[in-house]
Design a protein around this ligand. Structure first.
Ligand SMILES: NC(=O)c1ccc[n+]([C@@H]2O[C@H](COP(=O)([O-])OP(=O)(O)OC[C@H]3O[C@@H](n4cnc5c(N)ncnc54)[C@H](OP(=O)(O)O)[C@@H]3O)[C@@H](O)[C@H]2O)c1
Length: 260
């Protein structure tokens, strides 16, 4: 990287936590952050997955990595994960708040349990993580960057995604509200709103004929490649975006701007 780009986007000496790092978008984010120079803490429930990935990333990039088990529906595991991260590398000043799930259903088929687990993970889970991250950044006086993975379904809606869309719209509003409150502490809060990227959350659906037809009807006529999320995330993580906060950035090949 040229000195110019490195000064703007480089993350040498920074500590990043990626929540939901065991697969898909979070795994890609963890790898990208390490390539950009950060020490990376990988959090998720599947310990064996994050441990293997942490080792692989350290070997590939030379970055220091750490795997910490955490469940965003359990506040004590979030506190413990931040404690471990801090003990190993210091305050996490970049937090990719990315854990999420989807239970596709027609609205009338959704159960109370579907609603509760979706909201508790996608919205309240991100709220728990964001607050814990900010408390620690404030205590350390470091400021930092929190990047919530929302969705284009937090901006528009789609069939069979009522509860998911409501949870992600909540994440978009939470992003703006927290950005406003925490600007004076030097803490930026932004959201990335991915379009369709093939990961464990949707691979089964995207492989169906209906799924493939749906992708062909999008403006880009293809799903995104996971690496296409890296630059937007690194921009928001780095000092390059020091005056950018409260933004919900679609990365979707024009999916959200289409009217017809
Ligand atoms: N793929 C897309 O097209 C797309 C589009 C828009 C938004 N998103 C969002 O992107 C984020 C990542 O999803 P993905 O597409 O990469 O799917 P994925 O491969 O299924 O990844 C989901 C991640 O969330 C973690 N997770 C789920 N529940 C958790 C919990 N209770 N505690 C801690 N971690 C938890 C999973 O880890 P464990 O199971 O190991 O805990 C996994 O690492 C999600 O927020 C999703 O809503 C995805």
């Amino acid at each position: 990287m040229s000195d110019y780009l490195n000064e703007m986007f480089g993350l040498n000496g920074k500590v990043a936590l990626v929540v939901g790092a065991s697969s898909g978008i979070g795994a890609q984010f963890a790898r990208a952050l390490a390539r950009a120079g950060a020490d990376v803490v990988l959090g998720a429930r599947r310990a064996e997955k994050i441990e293997a990935l942490a080792k692989e990333i350290a070997e590939e990039t030379g970055a220091r990595t750490l795997a910490v088990s955490m469940d965003v529906t359990k506040a004590d595991t979030i506190v413990a994960a931040f404690d471990s991260a801090e003990a190993a590398f210091g305050t996490c000043t970049i937090v990719c708040n990315n854990a999420g799930l989807a239970i596709p259903n027609w609205a009338l088929d959704d159960t109370e349990e579907d609603w509760d687990i979706t909201m508790n993970t996608n919205l309240k889970g991100m709220w728990r993580v964001a607050r814990e991250a900010a408390k620690r950044m404030m205590a350390a006086g470091t400021g930092g960057s929190i990047i919530n993975t929302a969705s284009i379904l937090g901006i528009g809606v789609g069939p069979m995604q009522t509860t998911y869309s409501i949870s992600k719209a909540g994440v978009v509003q939470m992003t703006r509200a927290l950005a406003l409150e925490w600007q004076r502490f030097g803490i930026r809060v932004n959201a990335i709103c991915p379009g369709y990227f093939k990961t464990e959350i949707n691979a089964e659906f995207l492989d169906t004929e209906h799924g493939q037809q749906m992708v062909k009807m999008t403006p880009a006529r293809r799903v995104g490649k996971l690496e296409e999320l890296e630059a937007p995330m690194l921009m928001l993580a780095s000092d390059a975006s020091s005056f950018t906060t409260g933004v919900a950035l679609p990365v979707d090949g024009a999916h959200t701007v289409r009217l017809a």
